[in-house]
Each structure stands twice: as C-alpha cells, then as structure tokens.
Write a protein of this length. Structure first.
Length: 557
C-alpha cells in the first residue's frame, strides 16, 4: 500500500485491508475515512472490520460512503467537516482513491482554495479531476446554469502573441469569428521596460488600453481563465462561465513568481530592491541608478526559461554605462548572480558581451540562484551549486539590487490537459499545433517550443499559427507554415549601442540584415536606433495590426 499525499495532513489510497492498518499507524496516520459503500465489490472488507482494527491500533475511523460517480455537493461539505474534526494526518480511501480525491477537491473549493492549486495537488498524486473541474471552479458546487457562448476561434491571452495572432487571422479572413479572453485593462510593451529602467523611455509610452488594441470585429471576453476542457472544446472562465470553441489558440504569457523568492514581495520598490520586469518598478530602477554614488550593485538572473533571457544583463549594462559616464564606476562594485552556467546561451554573442563585462568590471557569479532577500538589512542569499552538484548558501550585501523573479506557465495552464510534464503548452515546434489535441495551437511565452521567449519570437509565430489554423479549417490550400525558432534579443550594452542577437533553434544565427549593415556579433549604433525608434513602431503599428513586415511565414517543402 502506498498512500498518495494531497496535503501534509491528508493522503488517499485505494481500498485498504484490515491488515494494512498497523502499517498506517506506523506511518504516522491518526485517522481513516472510508468513502466506499459496503458491499460495492466482491472481496471488499466491511467498514466495521476496518474500524475495529483501527480502534485496536489507536486510530479513529469514520464512514462517509459515496456511490461511484455520484459525489454530491453535500458529500463534499461533509467530507470537509469530517477532516476538520478528525485527528490528522488522515488517510481517506475508496476503490481506487478517486472518490476520496474528488471529495477533497470539492470540499477545498468550498473553502476558497484556488482551482489551480487543487488541480495541481490532485494531478501530482495521479488523479484526473477533469470530470469535476467546472464544480471546482464554481466553488465546489454543481453549476445551476449552463449558459455558454461559442466562437469559431478562441484566443487565450491578450498580450503580444494573442493580439498578433488575432490580427493575422483577421487579415487573412476578415469574416472569421474570433474572441480574445483576457481580464487586463492595460496592454504593455514589455520590451520597453529595459529602456525605462535605463532612463531612455518614459514608462507611459509602453502602455495602452487593451480596448484600443483589440482588432476590429474581434470579441473581447474580459475574464480570467480557470480551466480547459479540450474533450468538450471548452474554456472555463472564473465564475464557471463556459466558452466553447471550434479552434483554440493558447497564448497566455508567463507567470512571474515574485513569491518564489523569500522576502521579495515585502521589499519590492523600496530598500534599494527593484526590477525592470514590472511596469511600476522600472522607473525605480532608474531612480536607484541615478542615486547610487558608490557601493555594491547586484543584478540577478533566475533559472531558465524566462522571458527575454538577455533582460537581466541589459539592466546591468545600462546601469554600469551611466556610472561610467558619471565617472563613478570605480566606486561601484557590480555583481551579476546568474543561476545558469554561461553569460548568454548563444556562444557567438558572448565575446562582445564579455568585452563589456570587463570594461565595467562586472564580477560574474554563475550557478547562483537567489532564494531570499532582506530589504531593510540590504542582504540577499543565493544557493550556489558547484561542479559536483554540491549546494551551499552565499550571502551578499547590496546598496541596490535588480531582481528577476523565477517564471512559469500560468497555473491554469500548468495543471491542464494541454500542458506537457513541465507545464507548458505541448506543441510541435515547427507547426505550433498541439501535439495531441486537434484544433489547439500554442504560441508566445507559454508554449514549449525550445525558442527564446521574446516579443520578436511571437511576431514570427503569429503568422505561422494563423496560416496553419486556417489551412486546418480548409480556408487555405497550401503547405504547412513552419517556425524555425527565430527570436531576437537586442542587448543594450551601453547607451547608444546594442549587440543585436538574432537566432533560432539550436542557437543558429538568423540575422535579419546583411552583415555589412548590422553585424549582430558586435555592438552597433544602428541596432540601437532600431531598438529605440523602429521596434516600438513595428510593435504597435505592424505586429499588433496584422502587418507582417519581415515576418511572412515560410512554407514546408
């Protein structure tokens, strides 16, 4: 017998026998709940037999029988009440453990536990709760209203990828019925936040209302997603509303896990703790850079994957360049704590970056992951992993620290049937179709294609998904469009110069310009002008409006 833990105080298991009770007691369990009606199957021990053995072993036993496939709302509430009364840890069992896991899921939903947390716990224990997902989303109660709306194409996410794919689809087929699901009021040009943190862009230029960007004729469903039901071609919204689809495009972006670093949320935006990964904090980065006249400046990079893998060091270079221009860089000790083992993942660009590392006197500290921060004390702690895999804790002081949080796919995606084992939308890296679910496509930061998570990647991916989706609908007769993994990372190594990294799958260089115009392996003034003046225009006026400048999809064969 191997109990499956749902929480530190509750585990579930298939049918137990009286002979198993002593083992349960030895494992530390203090109570047992039977959720299987007596006489349900041949060879099944009666509850009275189990209860007597529990009494002899010093365990409390409770009987809450539920017929298979008939877990009611009252049953779930009773289960929750039972768990509060019984001494814990508790083991609940039925024929397979599924009824007990279902009862726990619904009872926790009535208490307000987020649906994603519930689905994550049951998934980790090996139980599929797709049959009750709507009830979980509905606070543990059976929905009393089944009102649904349907659209031919439903896009989850109104960020760069979501609006770009909607526009690309509308450009190709203006009469296509499309809906975008996103609860946000404001859409951000996130690549601009590095420039805000460097004192180059005004933060307001990186924000526009979502309503102004939704393509004409596209429906905007202003709500959060709670779960997916691909077997029913349905998206479940917060509040248990249901949106049905003919085709589904998944582009929700990433979740920034600020809470993944102990103490960080308590000190963000003060005590010298900042991050260009948030709109409201990027101006604080520039304030700190201007105010620092000496001391230690720390910059961090978490484990991959993250959006724009070059952004953590972009902040460092622009800050260092300011201190250099002010003639005070000799007074500033600059540390770059990187959870990875290399400065940049594509080796062709590393030599140019190393020249700036040396120019600014940056101390590179690889295999260091930020785990804890104390803002008032101006201290941070990192887990260092040596060549043999041995871990140790490293403490450092700081006068300012630029933090990049760990990042994951959104919770509702990670626990869904659309996700791979790591929680990302499971797509074919060439066509961006879902590997197993027909009519489902993924692009942007949350898909598992092994490319850089950048707006430039989404700009290339949107036309490919649009082409393949319409081909699958029969609206286009052509070969598949194929994505080569293109991504771009304009590395702002100093004010006025950029190393324009452009690459695809496997680190293959994919330059957009001839080498005589922009040599991506060297810092370039022209690349800076591209980043500062052209790319924002391309983003707002082309990418988000279905104008596929330098982004026409390549067809297979």
């Amino acid at each position: 017998m191997n109990p499956l833990s749902l929480t530190p105080t509750l585990a579930v298991a298939p049918q137990i026998l009286a002979a198993d009770v002593q083992e349960l007691a030895a494992k530390g369990f203090r109570s047992v709940v039977c959720n299987r009606p007596d006489g349900e199957g041949a060879g099944q021990p009666n509850f009275a037999e189990i209860a007597e053995t529990c009494r002899e072993a010093g365990l409390e036993a409770a009987y809450l029988p539920v017929a298979s496939g008939k877990v009611g709302d009252d049953d779930a509430r009773a289960f929750g009440d039972l768990l509060e009364r019984l001494p814990n840890p508790t083991l609940a069992f039925c024929r397979t453990g599924t009824r007990s896991a279902t009862l726990w899921s619904l009872s926790e939903a009535t208490k307000g536990r987020p649906a994603a947390e519930i689905m994550s716990a049951t998934k980790a224990a090996g139980f599929d709760m797709k049959g009750v997902v709507r009830r979980v989303v509905n606070g543990g109660r059976t929905p009393t209203e089944n009102a649904e709306r349907r659209h031919e194409v439903v896009i989850v996410g109104g960020g760069a990828a979501g609006i770009a794919i909607a526009s690309s689809l509308k450009t190709r087929k203006p009469d296509l019925d499309i809906a975008i699901i996103d609860p946000a009021d404001i859409h951000y040009y996130q690549p601009g936040w590095t420039m805000v943190g460097g004192g180059i862009f005004n933060p307001q230029t990186t924000a526009r209302t979502m309503a102004s960007l939704i393509p004409s004729g596209v429906h905007w469903i202003k709500a959060g997603v709670a779960a997916f039901e691909p077997e029913n071609n349905a998206v479940i919204l917060d509040g248990c509303r249901v949106v049905k689809y003919g085709r589904l495009v998944v582009a929700p972006g990433l979740k920034l896990n600020w809470g993944g670093i102990e103490g960080l949320t308590d000190t963000l935006g003060r005590n010298g703790v900042t991050s260009n990964y948030r709109y409201d904090l990027a101006p604080y980065t520039w304030e700190l850079v201007q105010g620092l006249k000496g001391g230690r400046a720390v910059f961090t990079q978490p484990p991959m994957p993250i959006k724009c893998a070059g952004a953590p060091q972009k902040a460092m270079y622009l800050s260092a360049d300011h201190w250099r221009r002010q003639g005070i860089i000799k007074n500033v000790e600059i540390d770059f704590f990187n959870a990875g083992g290399v400065l940049f993942g594509v080796k062709d660009y590393v030599p140019a970056l190393m020249e700036y590392v040396e120019k600014y006197g940056v101390h590179l500290k690889f295999q260091h992951t930020l785990t804890r921060i104390d803002g008032p004390a101006r201290k941070a702690w990192f887990t260092k992993t040596d060549a043999d895999g041995v871990k140790s804790e490293v403490e450092t002081e700081f006068d300012m620290i630029h933090v990049v949080p760990p990042q994951t796919a959104p919770d509702f995606l990670r626990v869904s049937p659309l996700a791979d084992a790591a929680g990302w939308t499971d797509v074919d890296q060439g066509t961006l179709r879902h590997k197993t679910l027909a009519g489902v496509y993924g692009l942007g930061d949350a898909c598992n294609a092994p490319n850089a998570k950048t707006a430039a990647a989404a700009r290339k991916q949107a036309p490919i998904v649009a082409h393949n989706l319409l081909k699958d609908m029969g609206a286009i007769r052509a070969a598949d469009a194929v994505y080569d993994g293109y991504g771009s990372c304009p590395l702002t190594v100093e004010r006025g110069r950029i190393v324009l990294a452009e690459f695809g799958y496997g680190g293959k260089m994919l330059p957009s310009f001839p080498n005589w115009l922009i040599d991506g392996t060297r810092p370039s003034r022209l690349a800076w002008l591209l980043k500062e003046q052209m790319l924002p225009f391309v983003y707002w006026k082309a990418m988000l409006r279905g104008k596929e400048w330098m982004a026409k999809p390549e067809l297979a064969g």
